[in-house]
Write a protein of this length. Structure first.
Length: 283
C-alpha cells in the first residue's frame, strides 16, 4: 500500500486502490469534448437534501448571466434532477453530427444538461446503479458540446456518495459553494461535505445560508427561522468558510421557480456569491 493511504480511515477495509483518489496518485480528469472551452467550474454542494441547493444553482446562474457571463449548468443530481423545472425546460436533448450532446438553453441563454431532459417520462424514477450514474456524469462533462463558457455550475447530489466522488475525481473543479440552513451549520452534516472536499483537494469557496429568515409582509420585520443567527459567522469559520449570502424563505420566489420562471427572480438574491464568482472568473 502506498504511503498516501496511511491516513485513510478506510485503509483496513480497502480492496482496490485503482479508483482511490489518494492511492497511486489522483486519477486523470475527464477531457472536454473538442471545441468546448470552460473557464471555471464551480460545484454547488450540500450535506443533505432539501436545503435549496438546486435553487441556489439556478439563481446563481441567472445572476451571472445578467452580468454578461456565458453560463452553463450540469445537473449532476441524477436521481433528483430539478434544474429543468426551474427554467421550464421540457424538450429532450439531442446530439450533433459528431454525436455530442447539445445542451438545452433557457430563455436568457443559459446552457443546461440534465437526466430529466433525456427521459420520455419526466416523472419516471431513475433507478440506476452507481456505474451507470457515474458514466452519465462523465458524459455530461466530456461528451457535451458546451462551446465557450465563462463558468459551469454543477448542481451536485447531496451527501458524500458515489456521484459526488465521481464529480470530484473526473472534473477539474475550481471550488464548491456549500448550501445549508443555519440549523445544519452546527451539525456534522456540513462538516462531512466540507471534509470530503478537503480529502479530494477541492477548495470550499464559501457558504450560502438558505431559508435564513422570513419577512413579515405587513411590517417587514425579519423573523429568524432557526434562532437569532448570532452563531452563523462562528459556525462558518469553524468549517473554514465565509458566509457569502443569507437568503430568506420567500413564497413569491418559490412560485417563480416552481413555474419555471427562475429568470424573473430579483437580481440581489445572491449578491455575495455572484461577486465571488465574478472575481474567480476575472470578470
Amino acid at each position: 500500500m502506498s504511503s498516501a493511504c496511511d491516513s485513510c480511515p478506510s485503509k483496513d477495509g480497502c480492496t482496490s486502490q485503482d479508483t482511490c483518489p489518494t492511492a497511486n496518485g489522483a486519477p486523470a480528469k475527464e477531457p472536454l469534448a473538442q471545441g468546448s472551452n470552460i473557464k471555471k467550474v464551480i460545484g454547488i454542494a450540500s450535506g443533505k437534501g432539501g436545503v435549496g441547493k438546486s435553487f441556489v444553482t439556478s439563481a446563481l446562474a441567472v445572476s451571472l448571466a445578467r452580468k454578461g457571463l456565458k453560463v452553463g449548468i450540469m445537473d449532476a443530481d441524477v436521481t433528483g434532477p430539478s434544474i429543468p423545472q426551474s427554467f421550464g425546460l421540457t424538450e429532450n436533448l439531442q446530439a450533433n453530427a459528431d454525436g455530442l450532446i447539445i445542451p438545452a438553453e433557457t430563455k436568457t441563454g443559459i446552457k443546461a444538461v440534465s437526466v430529466n431532459l433525456l427521459l420520455e417520462n419526466k416523472e419516471a424514477p431513475v433507478i440506476w446503479r452507481g456505474p451507470v450514474l457515474n458514466s452519465l456524469v462523465r458524459q455530461f462533462w466530456g461528451q457535451t458540446d458546451w462551446g465557450t463558457l465563462d463558468v459551469l455550475l454543477i448542481d451536485m447530489p447531496p451527501g458524500t456518495g458515489d456521484v459526488p466522488l465521481t464529480v470530484f475525481q473526473a472534473i477539474p473543479i475550481d471550488g464548491i459553494v456549500l448550501v445549508a440552513t443555519s440549523q445544519d451549520l452546527v451539525s456534522m452534516i456540513v462538516n462531512k461535505a466540507r471534509n470530503m472536499a478537503s480529502m479530494m483537494n477541492v477548495k470550499v469557496l464559501g457558504l450560502v445560508e438558505n431559508m435564513s429568515y422570513i419577512k413579515c409582509p405587513d411590517c417587514g420585520k425579519e423573523i429568524r427561522l432557526y434562532g437569532d443567527g448570532s452563531n452563523l459567522e462562528k459556525s462558518a469559520s469553524e468549517i473554514g468558510a465565509s458566509v457569502l449570502d443569507s437568503i430568506p424563505l420567500d413564497p413569491e420566489v418559490t412560485k417563480l421557480v416552481d413555474s419555471g420562471n427562475t429568470e424573473q427572480t430579483a437580481e440581489d438574491i445572491l449578491k455575495g456569491t455572484t461577486d465571488m464568482c465574478l472575481k474567480l472568473t476575472g470578470s
